[in-house]
Design a protein around this ligand. Sequence first.
Ligand SMILES: *Cc1c(COP(=O)(O)O)cnc(C)c1O
Length: 431
Amino acid sequence: MAVQTVASSTDSAAANSVDLGPAAALSCRECGHRVPLGPVFACEECFGPLEIAYDFSAHDTEELRKRIEAGPANIWRYAPLLPVPADVATKPNLNPGWTKLVQADNLARELGVTGGLYIKDDSGNPTHSFKDRVVAQAIEAARAFGFTTLSCSSTGNLAGAVGAAAARAGFRSCVFIPHDLEQGKVVMAAVYGGELVGIEGNYDDVNRFCSELIGDPAGEGWGFVNVNLRPYYAEGSKTLAYEICEQLGWRLPDQIVVPIASGSQLTKIDKGLQELIKLGLVEDKPYKIFGAQAEGCSPVSTAYKAGHDVVRPQKPDTIAKSLAIGNPADGPYVLDIARRTGGAVEDVTDEQIVEAITLLARTEGIFAETAGGVTVGVTKKLLESGVLDPSLTTVVLNTGDGLKTLDAVAGTGLTATIRPSLESFREAGLV
Ligand SMILES: *Cc1c(COP(=O)(O)O)cnc(C)c1O
């Protein structure tokens, strides 16, 4: 996998003094080496990616369950399981999460699912995508480490989430996006008043640029939510797993279909489910995780189908721009999880994405962005090929709002245009 280098200016004594609640250290996902909490993201021993390690040893399961259930209707109900101080709910934050888990009976009938089909609808977050969850975490880490400027490389949704969160929490923001994103994403990122820079290139070029900026004096004191704050940012995705299980009545789903951009979300959903099992909050039973990509940017599904462990980068060309990462940092971990849990990784064409967006809209009244078209489209495809079991409880993620990707469904519109008269209405053939 691609290795990003460490560029830490924080000495570990200062890092040790931060209060990030139950987070105990950073731990390397490759070699297990541990370092104190700080704005670092790669292992000093092997350059592997770092993630948050916790000390959950002293918990009482029933006490914890009660505390969560009595918590706020947002991600901070899970503060005891996140790298944030206990009083996080009192800080200026957009407080995302606790989005609807929609029982999708109409879609289930259409697709032949009998075991229960649910849409976890994350378009209901403050900036209308799942990215508010990860930014909410990163901004608390940025606060703890004393950063005053918040930044990121983004495929669109993250830029808006950072801009809004920074505005609310009183940070400066300066974010970087490919210059040719959908207007809905650009406006959503610009309206909050931060700086928004378009880069002539694709997301992978933007990401490379940000890695350079971190190592340069120009980027000193900047918290890049998905680069030097990535271990904290990534933990936000665990809240999707927590919410899904709590909303199912503290029960694991049997199958879950997750979109893949960098793959971070999918790996942390697995981490979240594993934690709930270890903490005794759900019964330990098998679950399968399925990854979903667009055919025009399918490095992980291509590797999955070829039986490879390494993910070969691609040049993205798809309408699912929020998922258009050609060199996904977490790709190999996604392959591991799909294979270990008995899931799969599949992709759909742009045409199938559009069909799936309209299918979800007309059956459940949910207008998804292209990423939601990808997960619903892949669900349909995997049911047809018999890879998904229709008799099992299945949760499909919709991670963004269709209003941000209107071009994808530009083919829909007026049924008829008439004069304001009954005669004209009758002529239109609708009665
Ligand atoms: C960023 C994003 C994802 C997934 O991102 P990962 O990099 O895989 O964590 C999924 N859906 C939408 C709409 C996104 O913006």
